[in-house]
Each structure stands twice: as structure tokens, then as C-alpha cells.
Design a protein around this ligand. Structure first.
Ligand SMILES: [Ca+2]
Length: 453
């Protein structure tokens, strides 16, 4: 049993080989993959980060490596096959035989990598977990840029739309106040985001200016940018031309993601500027234009620059980088199983990106065939690897049962791993969601999965 472990953000470092990080959305009380007998491996995707004095969590946000074309291509997808083949050779030499099972497990960029191996090397893996996958990377980066422009560009009133921490909290609290109880239980979680209709205009300051406890016109524009899709005039790889908006009006929190500085810095400063600006700017300057002085705030994400100047680069990057193949027959034929997981409160990769991809697969292959090898689970209150509900479920055990014994996953139980939390919820197969029926509020048994097919 072997497991290939995906990376995160712009990669550039090696995960700990104990496999603890490998249990994406994993239950921390369960043994790590290594303890279960999995030989685990991964790669830094072909580059090391640049600022060694900074912690990994900050370093992985640096895209500077992409100025080196080979490193850029390796990050895009090239490193996956290389690392896989080298690891296979080494492990075969060590163990004298190939694996009985071969998995790829990853979240975020690791989820993009997971979808990449399903699309590009379906013969290499028998089981794949793609959590909050950044599979539509280029359009996702254009979405980051578009949001950054709403945040930092001055509107007709001469003010930008940056959301200070207090305003992100105001928005989150107002959405919860409107929608939390709709699922039957006021627990800080909007369990059925599709049914949550919160209008950001209700928070608007009467004169449109920036006051406490309300949103200025610019801030309302930024919230709207978050909640709506990025749409391009041109299609990228696999015919996709958009990235969905975030659930910011349906329970996803922006607390902690918009940075501490009102004005953008050139170049952006990690943690002080917003995450979206940092990531989008990095891709534009280092991946696409190769112009370290390029001003991201002037880039037209709809047209791809004046006369579509940057479209060829965007298409090339998309071809090398993105997942999103609709027909996964090659993976299905070999008995491959795919678990797709996403939190409904994710403000880094939109929840609807996973829904969109799943629907693409269903459209291409039909529901019956898709049900035979793929599942999509959305977890209410779970963000990008953490959240008000810090989801823990034995994902590897679920995959083992499916791959080995043919036990297809249905309703599962997920626990909240936040400190002091002692609650479980059903983990419902999309599009169903957990509605509270009554009884013990912390027990999954008190909920039903509602709204299934
Ligand atoms: Ca609730």
C-alpha cells in the first residue's frame, strides 16, 4: 500500500514523511497512513522556496520560482509523473514488488495535483482523494486578481473597497444571523448554503461612506465580487471560461483573509496584504507576464489584456496546470475510485468549483457511471483545511473499503476536531445536506441528509 501525497499553495517544500499531513480531512484520532502500513512519498514539485527565514506557511505563497521555466512546468504538473516514477522504482527495489494499492491524496494545490493525476496518468493510481481542489487554477487566479481589483481600486466615490477585519466579521455575523437557523439548528454553521439568501445591500451605510457597523459602497462592491464568478471572454483548457464566486453570502468567512493594510503594496507583503492579491499577483508577474514590475491592478481578467495579449500564456499555463477533464473513463475503467471533498465555508477555493467539476463529470459520463467511481461530499462549516467545523473523517479508511472491498461510501460521519468541540455530523453525499431533526445537538444521529437525488 503506497500513497503519493500532494502539496499546497505554490509548493516548494516537503511534507513530513510521517504521513500525518497525508490524511487530508483526516480524523486525527485515526492512525496516520504510515502507521497503517502505507509507504508514503511526495515531492516539493521541483523547487525550494526562496525566503528561508520565513515559515513554510508564508513561503508557499511565493511564486517567484516560476520565472524558471522548468520549475514552472514542474509545479504545473510535470513533477507529479517524475516523482511517481522515481518513487515506484525506489520502492519496488526496496520491497521487491509493486504496491497492492496506490493512492494520491491532496488538498488545495494537492487537490489540483490529485485531479491532474486522474486526468493525465489514470493508470498510475487506484484511489484518489481530491480535497478543496484548486483544479481550475488559472481561472481561480484570475478570480483572485478580479477580487483584488475590487478591493484596492478606487470607485466613483474615490474610495477603495478594502475590507478591514472588523468588516469581514460584520459580514460573517450578519450572514449567520440570517441563515444559521434555517437548517434547524443555530450552531454557527449554514448547513444548506443553497437556501441562504443574504443581500449584502442590507449592510450598506446609508450615505455609502465608510462608517462603523456597515459597508461602504466600495466594500459592498468587494463583497459582490467575492460572491460572483470570474468570467473570461476566452475559454481555457477543457473549454472552461469561468471560476465560481465564494459562499461569502452563504456562510463562508473572510475573517483573516483580507490582510491588515488598506492599500496594496508593490510587490505584495504576505499577511499584510490580502491572500487573493498575493496569490493572483504572483501568478500574473511570475507565471504569465514574467514582468516583475507588472501592475496586477490594471490587468483585465475578462479579456486577458489589451487585444488578448496574455491569452496565449494563459492557455499554455492552463494546459500544463489545470485539471478539469470531464470524461474520466480511463480512470474508471481501471477501477479507480475518486473522493471529492469540499467545505461549504471555504474562502480560498470556492466550494462551487468542486460542484462544477463534479457536474461536468456527471454530464459527460452519466450519473450511474459516475456513482460507480466518484463521490462528492460538501462539509458545512468547513473552510480551507480548518473552520468553525474542523472536519475530521477517516478518508483513507473510506477509500480502502471502496477500493479493496467494493464498499461504496454513502452517508458518513464527520467529527469537529476544533479544540473542545465534541460534535459529529452526517457527511452527506452531495447534493444532500445535514438537517437537524431534534435531540442531542452534538450527535450525527440527530440529523438527516436532506435533499438527495
Ligand atoms: Ca445551523
Amino acid at each position: 500500500m503506497w500513497m503519493d501525497v500532494g502539496g499546497g499553495a505554490f509548493d516548494g517544500y516537503l511534507y513530513q514523511s510521517d504521513g500525518l499531513r497525508a490524511t487530508v480531512v483526516g480524523d486525527k484520532r485515526q492512525p496516520a497512513p504510515l502507521e497503517r502500513g502505507y509507504a508514503t512519498f511526495g515531492s516539493d514539485s521541483g523547487h525550494h522556496h526562496h525566503y528561508l527565514f520565513l515559515p513554510d506557511a508564508v513561503n508557499v505563497l511565493s511564486a517567484k520560482f516560476a520565472l524558471n521555466d522548468e520549475q514552472r512546468k514542474n509545479f504545473a504538473s510535470g513533477s507529479l509523473k517524475k516523482a511517481h516514477d522515481v518513487a515506484m522504482a525506489l520502492m519496488k527495489a526496496r520491497y521487491g514488488a509493486g504496491p497492492t494499492r496506490m493512492y494520491f491524496v491532496g488538498g488545495s494545490t494537492g487537490g489540483r495535483e490529485a485531479m491532474n493525476v486522474v486526468d493525465r496518468w489514470p493508470e498510475d493510481y487506484g484511489g484518489v482523494i481530491a480535497a478543496y481542489a484548486a483544479w481550475n487554477q488559472i481561472e481561480s487566479d484570475l478570480q483572485y486578481i478580479r477580487i483584488s481589483q475590487a478591493m484596492y481600486t478606487k470607485g466613483p466615490d474615490g474610495k477603495s473597497g478594502w475590507l478591514p477585519p472588523g468588516k469581514t466579521k460584520l459580514l460573517r455575523d450578519a450572514v449567520l444571523n440570517a441563515c444559521d437557523a434555517q437548517d434547524g439548528l443555530k450552531d454557527g454553521i449554514v448547513s444548506d448554503p443553497a437556501d441562504c439568501r443574504f443581500d449584502a445591500a442590507t449592510l450598506r451605510c446609508p450615505d455609502g461612506k465608510d462608517h462603523k457597523r456597515c459597508l461602504s459602497d466600495g466594500q459592498e462592491r468587494t463583497v459582490t465580487a467575492f460572491a460572483t464568478p470570474q468570467v473570461s471572454d476566452f475559454a481555457v483548457e477543457n473549454g472552461i471560461r469561468s471560476e465560481p464566486g465564494y459562499n461569502v453570502l452563504r456562510g463562508a468567512s473572510l475573517v483573516g483573509t483580507t490582510g491588515l493594510l488598506r492599500h496594496p503594496s508593490h510587490p505584495p507583503i504576505p499577511l499584510l496584504n490580502s491572500f487573493y492579491y498575493l496569490a493572483g499577483d504572483g501568478v500574473l508577474r511570475f507565471f504569465l507576464t514574467k514582468d516583475v514590475h507588472f501592475d496586477t491592478l490594471t490587468f483585465d481578467t475578462k479579456t486577458g489584456g489589451p487585444g488578448g495579449k496574455w491569452i496565449p500564456g494563459i492557455l499554455q499555463q492552463s494546459a500544463e496546470d489545470d485539471g478539469g477533464l470531464a470524461d474520466l473513463s480511463a480512470f474508471e475503467r481501471r477501477g479507480g475510485k475518486l473522493l471529492m471533498i469540499h467545505g461549504t465555508a471555504d474562502s480560498t477555493i470556492p466550494t462551487d468549483a468542486s460542484v462544477f467539476l463534479y457536474q461536468r463529470i456527471v454530464k459527460a459520463m452519466g450519473q450511474l457511471r459516475t456513482d460507480g467511481f466518484a463521490r462528492l461530499y460538501l462539509i458545512p462549516g468547513y473552510g480551507h483545511g480548518q473552520g468553525v467545523f474542523d472536519a475530521g473523517v477517516d478518508t483513507v479508511g473510506v477509500l480502502d473499503a471502496w477500493v479493496d472491498k467494493g464498499i461504496a461510501p454513502a452517508r458518513l460521519v464527520v467529527s469537529d476536531q476544533n479544540k473542545g468541540a465534541a460534535r459529529t455530523r452526517p457527511m452527506c453525499v452531495w447534493p444532500s445536506w445535514p438537517r437537524y431533526l431534534g435531540g442531542e445537538v452534538n450527535a450525527a444521529a440527530s440529523f438527516t441528509c436532506e435533499g438527495g437525488r
